[in-house]
Design a protein around this ligand. Sequence first.
Ligand SMILES: [Zn+2]
Length: 251
Amino acid sequence: MTELAYLADMPAAYVRSFRARVVALPPGGVVLDRTFFYPTGGGQPAARGTLRYGEATLEVTDVTRSGNAVHHRVRSAGSDVQKFVAGAEVEGTVDWERRHQHMRLHTGQHLLSARAFERSGLRTRKAVLRGLGATIDLEGVLPPAQLDAIAHDMDEVIRAGRPVSIRHVARAEWNDLPSAGRSGLVPLPPHVDPVRVVEVQGEDSCPCGGTHVRSTAEIGEVRLTAPVLASEGGTRIGFTLMRPGATAPPA
Ligand SMILES: [Zn+2]
């Protein structure tokens, strides 16, 4: 079993290096007792980085969840992978630029979904973060005139530097909150209790297991992309980060 250490609280998303113990070595991979590497899921791509043990360094090329374990898929130039043994304490280093980009995109996606819902009543069916951009598929057709208003809204919230926080809410309590409406299209698995809720102060509350920035200001300037028809119907809208890379120093 791997502890998902990046989930613990807001600062956990900012951890760039950590120590953990090797618990298993499946072919081409390393399983640790805890990790700050984000495994692919919820529309957010996996983290990248390195695992180091003594002089041996492995490049983490992909991270996936398999039951209760997180698999770090690795490669090394020579025979470094053979130096890793079960029980060894290793140092993990997360590629910060990529991580922070995903944190900015994920927080921006929450804002986009929230503002699209507020303006049109349309809920988000699917969200995808890729490269420097994020897209959401809305459950219906967004009137084109609303896009400018949503762009204006996002710009305003980003400039305002609204704090982002995490709180854990009992499942029964979450189901009764009015904010459950905008994310209600994607049902929470029945076992999720308490619910990890990501809150953008005064803007949005959404259950999420991703990584996020602590202030909307860190997202930086974004540009909305022209709406297109989503493959499953409805409208796909998205945005691109205008400043790539990391925009703020780590905690
Ligand atoms: Zn999220």
